[in-house]
Write a protein of this length. Structure first.
Length: 191
C-alpha cells in the first residue's frame, strides 16, 4: 500500500520553523513513516521511502555526489550512488526522502537563521530525519537501557556507520561528544 506524501507533509506547519520545531517535525514524520510501513525493529530498510506514493528509488554510477532527487512526470525519483558503501546509500536515501517530503515548503519552513541559509537548514533537517528513521529514539534508548551501549555493536544492529551512530547517541544525550572523541577516532575526524 502506497503512503500518500500528504500523510507526512501535513505534520509540518506551513510557516517558518525554529530549529527545535523543525527537529520535532522531522522526528514525528520519521515515526509516522515507520508506523505506516509497519517497521517495528532494526534495521530499517532504506526502501521504506519507496512506500511513499509517487516515489521511485534508483541507483547511478557517479563520482561526485551521494544522491539526488527530482520530479519527473509527476513522480519523485530518488537516486543514490551505487559506488557508495551500503550504509551510506541507506542514509542518503532517507536524507533525499526528507527533501521529497518537504517539497516546495523548504523555503517557507527553513528561512535563513543564525547565519545558516535555507539550504543549510534543509540539509541539516534531511540528515536529522534520516537519523530518526534509521535509528529511532525509542528503539535506541531501549537497546541502551538493556545494556547494548557499544557504538560499534549498535551501528551493526541498526546497519548504519559508526560515525552516524555516534552522532545519534550524542543527539540523544546518551554519550558525551568530548568523552567519546578520545575513544573513537571516527568521531574526531567528523568533528
Amino acid at each position: 500500500m502506497a503512503i500518500p506524501l500528504a500523510e507526512l507533509r501535513r505534520l509540518a506547519p506551513k510557516r517558518p520553523l525554529s530549529t527545535l520545531e523543525a527537529m520535532w517535525v522531522a522526528e514525528r514524520q520519521a515515526t509516522r513513516l515507520l508506523d505506516l510501513s509497519n517497521v517495528t525493529a532494526p534495521p530499517v530498510p532504506e526502501t521504506i521511502i519507496a512506500n511513499l506514493q509517487r516515489v521511485r528509488l534508483e541507483k547511478f554510477d557517479g563520482e561526485r555526489v551521494g544522491g539526488f532527487y527530482e520530479s519527473i512526470g509527476g513522480r519523485w525519483v530518488i537516486a543514490v550512488n551505487a559506488k557508495d558503501a551500503p550504509v551510506r546509500r541507506r542514509y542518503t536515501t532517507l536524507h533525499e526522502g526528507k527533501h521529497v517530503i518537504d517539497g516546495k515548503s523548504e523555503a517557507l519552513m527553513y528561512p535563513p537563521h543564525f547565519g545558516l541559509t535555507t539550504r543549510d537548514r534543509s540539509e541539516r533537517m534531511a540528515n536529522y530525519f534520516a537519523a530518526c528513521v534509521l535509528m529511532p529514539k525509542t528503539w535506541l534508548k531501549r537497546d541502551w537501557a538493556a545494556g547494548l551501549q557499544d557504538p560499534e555493536r549498535l551501528a551493526d544492529r541498526f546497519d548504519v556507520s559508526q560515525v552516524a551512530m555516534i552522532r545519534r547517541l550524542e543527539q540523544l544525550g546518551l554519550i558525551d561528544r568530548a568523552a567519546q572523541c578520545g575513544n573513537y577516532p571516527e568521531a574526531r575526524e567528523a568533528a
